[in-house]
Design a protein around this ligand. Structure first.
Ligand code: PRX
Length: 638
């Protein structure tokens, strides 16, 4: 133990102030091409772009680069011995510090293994892993070869994985024997095997590489499955990177929308990487020596942009934690912050609400004085959760950034900037320089000044997704067609008299459970395949801990509906994943529909929330009597 007095708490040393923020915002608006020509200097280009932006060609069309060079090679000279990744294992005593040089070597080894297995530029590689270093290494190895990674969230069911493998045409999958969740073991490989067995003819996966996270035995199929460690050990630590066009895809990432089919959002190499680096530095006040911890799973966009690409492109140090917030005790996350001297902590409102319930005395046991910037993402944050995060965790001396963005935007769009944009509790505040939000009314007319409406974005920005994998028409109809000339976000927002944005939640049929997007149609389509189910409707209602929870109204095909609700839960867990299982299923004789047969979700939501009046004009319903029946059923709790 050292007798040295404790270091003074970390102080904010923001680079930008309000005047600088305004100047950047004005510059980006006045002459976007000039602004981004300057900003693109954040990246190392193999061929510097001359073309900055063009509606048909996109961003930096004639530029060439490689994302792994930007995240690794270019740092070797200055910071080869600096830690790039700290991995904290589930058990307290195991952690790993990888320097940039070591990470570079690991990525090259992995890229050589992939190449040896036949992975080429333009191929898709699925990654289905718990929070282990091989996830980051696998992503950067794909980037090095010009292959697109398709990271699949650990919570997906075998069917959900099979759908995504089929849609992406992945030729190789990287998975683990198991994942550790507290004392539990999650059978990653078994789930992958089940996915591959579901559609042997539709899937292109030739090879499955297996990371052994523990000593647990793992079933292996000869001729297809290989343990990764021995292959890595034999591989060279040098691997020549591919020169990629700026708009060659870097990855696909599946997300949910209002259609049942999962959408493979495609992000390009140059624009996406620039956006990840630009936003990570600006929003998190990135500085040398920072320890940046983003708690997101790499299976979501937050993990892509703020566990991997943003901080590593900026030469930062990221922390990756294998475990859970509450294992072995409720203070585990705070212990990790203390142990690794985390300066920047980015998490979700759901996690904050859960940790808040454990009481203030839990974080009080830990030294959190290294923290400088706190961030939240994924769902609206309530005032009490914001205040608790600010006060109890940030001890009122940290910047707190509520960041709004989406898979499709590539990185943060609306957020406070420490020192430059004054926070208002629970508001995402103002757009970053280069982002132009606008609010539209239901008819599509812009709302000026203060008001509430549909959140759209004007113009493009470098992080804008390229398309939906193999469905450019769906990309256009989903995002560009609803309000011609603007990008439609699917969210509603309020703008106050200071121009600050307050996100109110989705205006489409997407449910947000604990920050996870789930399309109503994904659940309804899964149930539609069951012969005993005539029809169903899934809706989201407010939930104290999860933000929203799912309620399903289910119309049975036969009179005897015994056990149907339980069966429906199982179907959803099997086809989508456990994270999408509804909180409540109501068995009902019919759904409220318009005369043209459209489900009236607004009514179903109100009834599920316990509202009993104020339903408005019911005369447009095909059968207004159904409302009364639904209320009775919900009241009885059936
Ligand atoms: O509804 C918004 C909500 O999450 C959606 C995007 O989900 P996803 O693509 O999975 O990306 C999550 C991480 C970026 C948005 O359409 N959302 C995201 N951030 C916020 C938010 N809602 C309110 N406040 C936020 N800060």
């Amino acid at each position: 133990m050292s007798d040295a007095p404790p270091a003074a708490p970390a102080a904010l040393r923001p680079r930008l102030d309000a005047t600088a923020y305004q100047a950047l915002t004005d510059a980006a608006r006045r002459d976007p091409k000039r602004y981004w020509r300057k900003e693109m200097g954040r990246l190392d280009w193999i061929q510097t772009p001359n073309e900055i932006f063009d509606d048909s060609k996109g961003w930096f069309a004639d530029g060439k680069l490689n994302a792994s060079i930007n995240c690794l090679d270019r740092h070797l000279k200055q910071r080869g011995e600096q830690t790039a990744v700290i991995w904290q294992a589930e058990d307290r005593d195991t952690n790993l510090h990888l320097t940039y040089r070591e990470l570079h070597a690991r990525v090259c080894r992995m890229a050589n293994v992939l190449r040896h297995q036949g992975v080429k530029r333009g191929d898709r590689v699925a990654i289905h892993l718990p929070s282990v270093v091989e996830g980051i290494v696998g992503m950067l190895a794909c980037a090095r070869l010009g292959a697109m990674h398709v990271v699949l969230f650990g919570g997906f069911s075998a069917e959900a994985i099979a759908d995504r493998l089929a849609d992406s045409g992945a030729v190789l999958a990287i998975t683990a024997n198991v994942g550790r969740r507290g004392a539990k073991r999650i059978p990653f490989k078994v789930t992958m095997d089940a996915a591959l067995a579901l559609r042997p003819d539709a899937l292109a996966v030739r090879t499955v590489l297996v990371v052994e996270v523990t000593d647990d035995p793992v079933p292996m199929q000869a001729g297809r499955d290989l343990l990764l460690a021995p292959l890595l050990a034999d591989a060279s630590t040098e691997c020549a990177p591919e020169s990629m066009n700026a708009n060659d895809p870097l990855f696909l990432l599946y997300t949910s929308g209002s259609t049942g089919k999962p959408k493979g959002i495609v992000h390009g190499t140059g624009g996406y990487l620039l956006w990840a680096a630009y936003t990570q530095e600006m929003v998190f006040d990135h500085q040398n020596g920072d320890i940046f911890w983003c708690t997101a799973d790499i299976g979501w966009i937050t993990g892509h942009s703020y566990v991997v690409y943003g901080p590593l492109a900026n030469g930062g140090t990221v922390l990756l934690f294998e475990g859970m917030p509450s294992h072995p005790g409720p203070g585990r996350w705070w212990e990790v912050i203390q142990q690794h001297k985390v300066t920047t902590f980015y998490t979700s409102p759901t996690a904050i609400r859960a940790l808040m319930r454990e009481g203030d005395d839990v974080p009080a046991r830990y030294d959190l004085s290294t923290l400088r910037v706190l961030g939240t993402v994924g769902e609206p944050i309530s005032h009490d959760a914001w205040a608790w995060f600010d006060d109890v965790i940030g001890q009122k001396r940290c910047a707190l950034v509520d960041t709004w963005w989406q898979t499709e935007t590539g990185g943060i769009m609306i957020s406070p900037i420490p020192g430059a944009v004054k926070e208002k509790p629970a508001s995402a505040t103002l757009p970053l320089p280069g982002v132009r939000p606008l609010l539209l009314d239901e008819k599509g007319y812009p709302i000026e000044g203060a008001g509430e409406g549909i959140l759209c974005l004007d113009g493009s920005w470098p992080g804008h997704a390229l398309t939906i994998w193999q469905d450019d028409a769906l990309f256009k109809t989903t995002y560009l067609a609803p309000y011609p000339g603007h990008y439609f976000t699917g969210d509603g927002a309020r703008r106050d008299e200071d121009g600050y944005y307050w996100i109110t939640g989705r205006v489409d049929d997407v449910i947000n459970v604990s920050g996870h997007r789930i399309g109503s149609a994904e659940i309804e389509d899964a149930l539609a395949a069951d012969h005993a189910i005539a029809e169903s409707a899934a809706i989201g209602i407010p939930h104290d801990l999860k933000g929203q929870s799912i309620v399903v109204y289910l119309v049975p095909r036969h009179e005897n509906a015994d056990g149907l609700a339980e069966r429906a839960m199982k179907i959803i867990a099997a086809k989508v994943g456990r994270y999408a299982v509804p909180e409540i299923i109501h068995i009902v004789p019919d759904l409220p529909k318009t005369r043209s047969g459209k489900n009236v979700r607004r009514l179903m939501r109100k009834i599920a929330c316990g509202e009993r009046e104020g339903f408005g004009d019911l005369s447009t319903l095909a059968d207004p009597g159904v409302v009364k029946v639904l209320i009775e059923i919900v009241n009885r709790g059936d």
